[in-house]
Design a protein around this ligand. Structure first.
Ligand code: ZN
Length: 292
C-alpha cells in the first residue's frame, strides 16, 4: 500500500468525481489525506472523509495565500508555463481571517487528522517594505493560531512553505519538541533540511521532484541524505502531475492520489532501494504521523 499524505480531492477540480477518484485510489491500495486550504475546502475535506471508513482522511487549515486580499492567483506557475490553462489551475484568494473557533470545531471531528495546510508563503509579496512586513506578520499570526490549535487538539501540522524557510525555522524553533508535523512539498536547501529534521518533522515530496526548477535546490541530494523514516509521499493533486502519468502530451492533466506510485518509484530510484521498501516505510511514517 501507499499513502498520499497530501492530495486535495476536496478541491473543485474533483467536484464532479471525487468519489470515483477516491474509489480508484482505495482499490489501487492508496490511502489519502486531503488538506484544506481555507475554511470551505477544509469543511469539504472532512465531509468527504466522513463518507469513508479506513483510508480517507482530512486536514483542516488556512493556507497563507488565502489571507491575501481577493485576487486571482495562478497556483501552478510551473505548469502554466506550458501555455495551457485549465479553470482549476487558478483560484481566488478571499482574504479569510483565521477563526479559531470554526477551525476547532472542524478539527475535533474524528476524520480530521491534522491541522493544515498552514505556513508561510513569500512567493507573491506586495511592493514596499511596510506592506511586505505587514503581510508576513499576518501570515505568522495565522500560523501561530494554527500551531496552538494543533497543540490543543493534539494533532500534527502540515506546513506549506515557499521562499520562507528561514523564517519558518525561526518561527518553529521555540516549539521544538512540542509539535509534530510535515514540511509538505519540501523545497528548502540541505542546511534548512537539517533544521527541519532537528525539529522532528517529516518531509513530503511530490511530483515537483521530476521538474527541474532552476530557482529551487535540487531535491535529489536531500532525498538521498534524509533517512527514509522521515519521508512521506504526496501528490498535491490536482497539481504537479508526475510526467509518467501524463497520457499523450497534455501537461495540464489533473493529478490524482493514485499517481503517488510514481513519486514512490522515483524515491526508490534516487535512494537505490526497492519500491517495496519505500512503500512500506513511507506508509508507516504517514500512519504514525497522522495516527491513522
Ligand atoms: Zn497543498
Amino acid at each position: 500500500m501507499l499513502v498520499d499524505a497530501h492530495g486535495h480531492v476536496n478541491f473543485s477540480a474533483f467536484k464532479n468525481d471525487a468519489d470515483a477518484v477516491l474509489k480508484s485510489a482505495l482499490e489501487g491500495g492508496t490511502w489519502v489525506v486531503m488538506p484544506g486550504s481555507q475554511y470551505s475546502t477544509s469543511r469539504r475535506a472532512v465531509e468527504i472523509a466522513e463518507r469513508y471508513g479506513e483510508g480517507v482522511y482530512a486536514a483542516v487549515g488556512l493556507h497563507p495565500i488565502h489571507l491575501s486580499e481577493k485576487r486571482k492567483m495562478d497556483v501552478q506557475e510551473v505548469q502554466s508555463e506550458n501555455g495551457k490553462e485549465e479553470p482549476w489551475m487558478t483560484f481566488e484568494t478571499n482574504g479569510e481571517e483565521f477563526s479559531y473557533e470554526k477551525y476547532r470545531e472542524l478539527g475535533r471531528r474524528e476524520k480530521a487528522v491534522a491541522i493544515g495546510e498552514c505556513g508561510l508563503d513569500y512567493y507573491t509579496e506586495p511592493k514596499g517594505r511596510e506592506k511586505r512586513e505587514a503581510q508576513r506578520a499576518k501570515q505568522k499570526a495565522a500560523l501561530a493560531q494554527q500551531v496552538r490549535l494543533a497543540q490543543e487538539l493534539n494533532l500534527p501540522l502540515i506546513f506549506h512553505c515557499r521562499k520562507a524557510h528561514e523564517d519558518l525555522i525561526e518561527f518553529l524553533w521555540p516549539h521544538k519538541g512540542a509539535i509534530r508535523g510535515v514540511a509538505h512539498c519540501y523545497t528548502g536547501d540541505m542546511k534548512q533540511a537539517e533544521k527541519f529534521f532537528e525539529l522532528g518533522l517529516f518531509f513530503g515530496f511530490n511530483g515537483l521532484i521530476f521538474k527541474e526548477v532552476p530557482a529551487l535546490p535540487d531535491p535529489t541530494e536531500i532525498i538521498k541524505a534524509l533517512p527514509l523514516e522521515r519521508i512521506v509521499l504526496e501528490t498535491d493533486s490536482p497539481y504537479l502531475i508526475p510526467p509518467q502519468a501524463i497520457v499523450g502530451s497534455d501537461p495540464t492533466m489533473r493529478n490524482e492520489p493514485l499517481f503517488v506510485k510514481y513519486v514512490a518509484e522515483e524515491i526508490a530510484r534516487i535512494k537505490g532501494i526497492s519500491m517495496d521498501e519505500v512503500a512500506l516505510v513511507t506508509s508507516k511514517n504517514a500512519k504514525s504521523l497522522f495516527f491513522i
